[in-house]
Design a binder for this molecule. Structure first.
Ligand SMILES: CC(C)(COP(=O)(O)OP(=O)(O)OC[C@H]1O[C@@H](n2cnc3c(N)ncnc32)[C@H](O)[C@@H]1OP(=O)(O)O)[C@@H](O)C(=O)NCCC(=O)NCCS
Length: 163
C-alpha cells in the first residue's frame, strides 16, 4: 500500500478530536525510565520491528512515543518521528481494547503533538489499515507505488529448517 498523507489543518483532523472525547483513558508521552516496560509490551503485542522504531521515538526529547493507559494499564501506543521526520507510526492497541476509540484518540493526540512541533502534514508510511486513517483523519493516498522508506528493510532471519 502507498504511503498516506494527513493534513493537520483539514476538517477530518479536527473531527477526530471530537471522537477522542468518547474515551476516559489517559494518553501521555513515555518517560525515559518506562522505556523497557513499553518496548517489551510492544514486542509482546506486535513485533520487534515496531519496538525498534518506538525505541527511537522514546529516545527523543520530547519523547515522540505516546501511550494510552486504562486505570494504569498500558493498552496502546503511537509514535511519530521514528523511522523519519514527519512520519506517524507505528501505532497499536491491545487486541482486547480495540473498537473503543483508543486508536483514534492516540492518533489524534499524536498528530496534535506533531502539529505543535510545527508540522502541517503527517505521512503514514506503508499503512496497514488504510480505511482507519482515511475515515478518522481524512488521510489521502500519496500516488507513489511501493513501500517507500520501508523498501528493502532488513528483517530478523528465520531460523534454518532442521533436516
Ligand atoms: C488500527 C488500530 C490501532 C485501531 O485501534 P482501535 O482502538 O481499534 O480504533 P478505534 O476504536 O478508534 O476505531 C475507529 C474507527 O476505525 C475503524 N477501524 C479500527 N481498526 C480498523 C482497521 N484495522 N481497519 C479498518 N477500520 C478500522 C473502527 O471500526 C472505527 O470505526 P467506527 O467509528 O465507524 O466504529 C488497531 O486496530 C490495531 O492496533 N491494529 C493492529 C496494529 C495496526 O495495524 N496498526 C496500524 C499500523 S499502520
Amino acid at each position: 500500500m502507498s504511503d498516506l498523507l494527513v493534513s493537520l489543518y483539514c476538517p477530518g483532523f479536527k473531527a477526530s478530536e471530537q471522537r477522542t472525547e468518547r474515551t476516559d483513558i489517559t494518553i501521555r508521552p513515555v518517560l525515559a525510565p518506562e522505556r523497557h516496560v513499553v518496548l517489551s509490551w510492544i514486542q509482546r503485542h506486535f513485533s520487534d520491528n515496531w519496538a525498534s522504531e518506538a525505541a527511537v521515538a522514546i529516545g527523543r526529547q520530547p519523547s515522540s512515543c505516546l501511550i494510552a493507559l486504562n486505570n494504569g494499564e498500558l493498552v496502546g501506543f503511537a509514535c511519530y518521528d521514528a523511522i523519519a521526520r514527519g512520519f506517524f507510526g507505528p501505532t497499536g492497541v491491545a487486541e482486547a481494547s480495540r473498537g473503543e476509540g483508543i486508536g483514534t484518540a492516540l492518533l489524534h493526540r499524536t498528530l496534535q503533538a506533531m502539529k505543535d512541533m510545527g508540522y502541517a502534514y503527517a505521512i503514514i508510511g506503508d499503512p496497514g489499515p488504510t480505511r482507519f486513517y482515511i475515515e478518522t483523519v481524512g488521510a489521502i493516498e500519496i500516488p507513489v507505488a511501493g513501500k517507500g522508506i520501508y523498501s528493502d528493510m532488513l528483517r530478523t532471519p528465520k531460523p534454518a529448517a532442521r533436516v
